[in-house]
Design a protein around this ligand. Sequence first.
Ligand SMILES: [Zn+2]
Length: 82
Amino acid sequence: MSSTTAKPRCDLRSEYDMACPRCGQADTLSVEITCTATLSINGTEDNGDHYWDEASSCGCDACDYRGTAGEFRINTVKAVQA
Ligand SMILES: [Zn+2]
């Protein structure tokens, strides 16, 4: 059961099945996240529970395409595992 698959490179396409629908860029996308924070007299401190889903707004850092995270989801058949 050893995985000997040598990924040429990890990107959003291989890790999250996400890529820009316009230019295909899959290195970095800007996604709007929701997280909670503890509010005290010292200000806010985020709890690190970042959350986002398909309806979150998302943008491509390369071509500036904007849409929802769902639009960036690659919904073709999963890539073959050679
Ligand atoms: Zn793009």
